[in-house]
Design a protein around this ligand. Structure first.
Ligand SMILES: O=C(O)CCC(=O)C(=O)O
Ligand SMILES: [Fe+2]
Length: 306
């Protein structure tokens, strides 16, 4: 049995921005994970998103494959993705559906007659979580002792590459001796991720010390109505590892599970480079500057093998 983690709770509605920023700084240095409450994404909307998500994944596989992933939007089938590229297995058991930035018309949508109000629900969700995430990023800037509009000023939040991802972990796996994960060990690629789950317990885990062997995995309990937020690799690069992009995974479920992840990546041309406040002579930058889209494409190529 692994231990359950007690993650810090960040209140997005608190008028005391300085205390909130300090709490975020500590959480990002210690865990790279925290709960976000009072984020103004209504429970009713979350419920609707889970209902719509379940309707999509219940469609026959031929229908889902008509919306197979193109331009990183649309459906990915079970075993199509392997987040831990060091594993020799056939892939992760989850299936998923990606929705990207709403303005660029690259998204794929189920037919309105098959799933009425699917698109409008997901678009509303996408806009509201992006709004909460943008407010959170201004507090992250304060937590890094930067101006609160720092990430706007460097262009990161001008048309950010934000992706909603519906996830479905089937309960009934093909029986095999292979080590199959719902989602194998990985860190997320972007700035931050905001995740909600349906509350099926004991499946999401984090490993706080990536390089410690053997790895120690701790359970992340879900909290009703809260987002589980985690720092991604680009934020880790910006902060020269002051803020941690923590390894996480989802165990093979014996029970069906749904979750919805929201990944905020910077604008495609934004350059992610070590913040001045995060390096010194004794602590030089550990990473070279990178352009967001180049970095993202390389990470996706490694994950999907194409
Ligand atoms: O479903 C989950 O709990 C986590 C999913 C995840 O880590 C991801 O999609 O990056
Ligand atoms: Fe993840």
């Amino acid at each position: 049995m692994s231990e359950a983690l007690q993650l810090p709770i960040v209140d997005l509605s608190s008028p005391d921005c300085i205390s909130t920023a300090n709490a975020i700084r500590q959480a990002c240095m210690d865990h790279g994970f925290f709960y976000l409450v009072n984020h103004e994404v209504e429970e009713e909307l979350l419920k609707e998103v889970f209902e719509q998500s379940s309707k999509f994944f219940s469609l026959p596989v031929e229908e889902k494959m008509k919306l197979a992933k193109k331009n990183h939007r649309g459906y990915t089938a079970p075993y199509a993705e392997k987040l831990d590229t060091s594993l020799n297995t056939k892939g992760d058991s989850k299936e998923s559906f990606y929705i990207g930035p709403l303005a660029d018309n690259l998204n794929q949508w189920p037919l309105e007659e098959d799933l009425p109000s699917w698109r409008s629900t997901m678009e509303t969700y996408h806009k509201k979580v992006l709004c909460a995430g943008t407010r959170l990023i201004s507090l992250i800037a304060l937590a890094l002792k930067l101006d609160e509009d720092f990430f706007e000023k460097v262009g990161a939040l001008n048309e950010p590459l934000a992706f909603s991802r519906m996830l479905h972990y089937p309960g009934d796996l093909d029986s095999s001796s292979e080590e199959i994960y719902g989602a194998s060990a990985h860190s997320d690629y972007g700035m931050i991720t905001l995740l909600v789950t349906d509350g099926v317990p004991g499946l999401q885990q984090v490993c706080r010390e990536k390089s410690k062997k053997p790895q120690v995995w701790e359970d992340v309990p879900s909290m009703n109505g809260a987002f589980i937020v985690n720092i991604g690799d680009m934020m880790e690069r910006w902060t020269n590892c002051l803020f941690r992009s923590t390894l996480h995974r989802v165990l093979p479920p014996g029970q069906e599970r749904y979750s919805v992840a929201f990944f905020i990546n910077p604008n495609k041309d934004c350059i992610v480079e070590c913040l001045e406040s995060c390096c010194s002579e004794s602590c030089p930058p550990r990473f070279l500057p990178i352009r967001c889209l180049d970095y993202l494409e390389e990470r996706l190529r490694l994950t999907y093998g194409s």
